[in-house]
Design a protein around this ligand. Structure first.
Ligand SMILES: C[S@@+](CC[C@H](N)C(=O)[O-])C[C@H]1O[C@@H](n2cnc3c(N)ncnc32)[C@H](O)[C@@H]1O
Length: 465
């Protein structure tokens, strides 16, 4: 039976597999060019008795694509008689993709004979190869020696390897918490205090979403720290605690931007502090997984004018752009669970009612005008809070702002059928928040409740009993 190029299609390959596998094998052996590639890519599952020698002959092909698909087809045979050839090809192979496929093919053999080779690969310097070897060894993970070896890789130097081992060998407990619930005593509450003192009494895994704009480093009169280091230490301490009280897999969004400290005199230069960048590593070191950076773009007119000099003199080096942006750095509390797990904790009705309908921000640049407040110089625009709440929380969730100022986040939470928890140190801002949050929308659940630290501690203690 001669087969011309035009006749070669998937259906024919399937028919040959059933009726004349030797013919199919021969076609591979004699094939070339486009037809050979088509064949190799469309072999699908192969019958047990299929002759793999034609694939082996292709392992030395000049074309990476052919070698890759030849290896893949050997994998379909799941036969350890090809182990020697696979190991040999692995040593000669330059392409990481083909090498990874070789390991996967060896893994599919599920052969005792392959074990020592795969175990050796766990020490390979290329993390992709290590990961393939880990996966290939899963077939033996019931054997104590292999299991121990794989579990010990939780300390591997590569972060992706550590993540895979954590997910597969040390998964978060399914019953970690009742994910949709939160301690009732925190609902719609604003506490006047240093946030650190309040967090001491907040139970683990209570919060669904945190959105906050921390005090700026000495950029405004309400925030005075001895040094930039002390300022970063302070934020790190707060966000480490926020991590503890956040539910697994849920988000924290921190709004900051670099700040400029004006020069102390004509003979000195000004200092610019890159807060989002310096804070970032401290957050990821504490178990926050970096997810996204969103740019909050403000209208040109609202930016502090910094190039008045340049517009005249036009000298290079002295160029200073007007800063129209701030960052919304998006982090997620680390977990071995996928996002779908978080979503599936909610009822179908809650998911339906939480859907973000209509227009939405499709990029990471959000153009929003800043907001003014008669009492506070750096309030969130409501539009910004609303977007964050809608994109990063579900209906009836508890959203938290540790540096709440005038309570804009709380107002937006109530408007969008969420509950709030907030802390703020300054009395004047609490007063302003009372004005903003009263009257609350009718369907807010409990009415906004303003407490001092002592009152909050009493409630927290009663909650424990
Ligand atoms: C940038 S403002 C937040 C404004 C807020 N997003 C709004 O819409 O009004 C930062 C707030 O953090 C407060 N703050 C500073 N240190 C604090 C601390 N240790 N505990 C609680 N609040 C603090 C400041 O008083 C200030 O109101």
């Amino acid at each position: 039976m001669e087969i011309s190029s035009d006749e070669l299609d998937k259906e024919l390959i399937e028919d040959l597999k059933e009726e004349n596998p030797d013919k199919l094998s021969k076609l591979v052996e004699e094939g070339s060019g486009k037809d050979l590639k088509f064949l190799l890519k469309n072999m699908g599952r192969l019958p047990d008795e299929f002759d793999g020698e034609p694939f082996i002959k292709l392992l030395d092909s000049e074309e990476e694509d052919l070698r890759y698909h030849a290896v893949k087809n050997v994998g379909r045979l799941k036969d350890d008689k090809y182990l020697g050839e696979m190991k040999e090809r692995f040593e000669k192979e330059d392409s990481t993709e083909v090498r990874s496929e070789i390991i996967s093919t060896i893994g599919r053999m599920r052969s005792e004979k392959a074990k020592p080779f795969l175990v050796d690969l766990l020490e390979h310097k290329n993390p992709e190869i290590v990961l393939q070897a880990v996966r290939a060894l899963y077939a033996f993970k019931k054997e104590p020696e292999i299991r121990e070896k794989l579990e010990s890789m939780i300390n591997h130097e590569n972060e992706v390897v550590r993540k895979v081992i954590r997910k597969d060998f040390f998964p978060d407990d399914e019953s970690i918490e009742r994910h949709t619930e939160y301690p009732e005593f925190m609902e719609n509450k604003m506490v006047q205090s240093d946030v650190r003192k309040v967090l001491d009494d907040v139970p683990d895994n209570s919060i669904h979403l945190t959105f906050t704009s921390p005090p700026y480093y000495n950029a405004r009169d309400y925030s005075i720290y001895k040094s930039y280091e002390e300022y970063l230490d302070f934020l790190e301490e707060v966000f480490e605690e926020v991590h503890r009280v956040t539910k697994k897999g849920r988000y924290m969004i921190v709004n900051t931007s670099p700040v400029l400290m004006p020069r102390v005199g004509r003979n000195y230069s000004s200092n610019r502090y890159p807060i989002p960048f310096d804070l970032h590593e401290r957050l990821t070191d504490n178990g926050w997984e970096f997810i996204d950076e969103i740019i909050w773009l403000k209208p040109e007119a609202s930016a502090v004018h910094r190039n008045a000099g340049f517009v005249q003199h036009r000298k290079p080096l002295a160029y200073k752009p007007n800063a129209r942006t701030e960052y919304l750095m998006v982090y997620r509390k680390d977990t071995t669970k996928l996002l779908d797990w978080n979503i599936n904790q909610y009822s179908d009705q809650d998911i339906e009612e939480s859907k973000v309908e209509g227009e939405y921000e499709s990029s990471n640049v959000w153009e929003i005008a800043p907001s003014n407040d008669k009492e506070h110089s750096a309030v969130f625009p409501e539009e910004l809070c609303e977007k964050v709440i809608k994109f990063y929380s579900m209906k009836n969730d508890l959203v938290f702002d540790p540096f709440a100022g005038t309570g804009t986040l709380g107002k937006s939470a109530l408007k969008n059928s969420r509950k709030f928890f907030m802390t703020e140190i300054e009395e004047d801002y609490i007063q302003r928040a009372k004005e903003k949050l009263n009257p609350a929308p009718l369907d807010s659940g409990s009415q906004p409740n303003f407490q001092n630290l002592e009152e909050f501690k009493t409630d927290a203690k009663a909650n424990q009993e």
